[in-house]
Design a protein. Structure first.
Length: 330
């Protein structure tokens, strides 16, 4: 049964690449709600419903005043970062009623993204990655694109350790359709769970460009972390010492659309492996995954019925169980 989108409101989601937030407000959509994002006088991003409380004009079509206030394009009402109405040009001499306030949502800038939570109190904190403050790591902005699919299927695909042999032929070529089992138990984390599982792959010319390694066969050590409800972190350690973290979020925008946010941390340099080469390799993998996922049902359904999971699907079964505990009415 499809999930009510309101159940997903008390969590953080990336809604906009930070470099797309300039000197004008920007319209985005999250969980079916139209939002406006803007930079306040403090330089930080702010978020609110994309609707002026005066006559419901779209605030994203407005501008920023010299004081950094959000100005409505219809009648020029101005709103501060906290939502307080600062100016009503039609009656400048009168006090501004408190009812004219613009409701705002929590917003933060991190990892090159604007993150928004649609609830007063987030159920879980914004994800934290140690590489953020490590000078030996570089962050690479990978992908920001909209897919016609279920966000839950996107995250399940990241927890699926047995599709590589079939889906990623020609790129990340698994040596067998039956890779090694999960190493040890699946461990609970503050915002989900994690597990370790290696993957042995054939090296090829495409993979060599992103690894700077010409070994014939490679075993990559993998730690997979589910970040509830719709995030994923994949830590990779290659034999040559390269460490890479892939951070993926599948953001339900509205209807049957999912916004894909994907960025990376790596402990190498641009001189060793150009970011463009890594992104080119990832582009191929993502397109292979997308072909599978966009051909499946698009319903916002965290625990679909009528499927027959096997032992290899343990992380997916656990995610569905935890989502029931997290999202179902109490």
């Amino acid at each position: 049964m499809p999930l009510e989108p309101d159940r997903l409101r008390p969590f953080w989601y990336p809604v906009l690449p930070l470099d797309q937030l300039g000197e004008a407000p920007v319209a985005v959509e999250l969980l079916g709600e139209a939002l406006v994002i803007w930079r306040g006088a403090d330089g930080a991003p702010h978020a609110a419903p994309d609707r002026c409380p005066h006559r419901s004009a779209r605030l994203s079509g407005g501008s920023l005043s010299s004081e950094g206030n959000l100005q409505c394009p219809y009648h020029g009402w101005e709103f501060a970062a906290d939502g307080a109405c600062r100016a009503i040009p039609q009656q400048p001499e009168r006090p501004i009623p408190e009812a004219c306030r613009l409701h705002t949502y929590q917003a933060q800038a991190r990892y090159g993204r604007v993150w928004v939570c649609l609830a007063d109190q987030p159920q879980l904190p914004l994800p934290s990655f140690p590489e953020e403050h490590d000078p030996a790591q570089r962050r690479i902005d990978g992908f920001w694109e909209r897919w016609h699919c279920s966000p839950f299927r996107v995250i399940e695909n990241g927890l699926d350790n047995f599709h590589h042999y079939f889906v990623h032929r020609g790129l990340l070529e698994a040596t067998t359709a039956r890779p090694d089992p999960i190493e040890g138990p699946i461990e609970d984390t503050a915002d989900g769970f994690r597990f370790r599982i290696p993957l042995q792959v054939h090296n090829n010319t495409v993979l060599q460009d992103t690894l700077a390694s010409d070994a014939g066969t490679l075993t990559v050590e993998r730690q997979v972390s589910w970040i509830a409800p719709l995030g994923l972190s994949l830590e990779l350690e290659w034999p040559n010492g390269l460490r890479q973290r892939i951070v993926l979020h599948a953001v339900p925008t509205g209807g049957e659309a999912t916004q894909i946010s994907r960025f990376y941390f790596r402990n190498d340099s641009e001189e060793q492996v150009p970011a463009a080469a890594m992104v080119r390799f990832e582009r191929g993998l993502i397109d292979q995954d997308r072909a599978i996922l966009t051909a499946m049902a698009t319903a916002l359904e965290p625990w679909p019925s009528g499927e027959h999971l096997i032992e290899a699907d343990q992380p997916i079964a656990l995610m569905r169980q935890r989502l029931r505990e997290l999202l179902q009415p109490r």
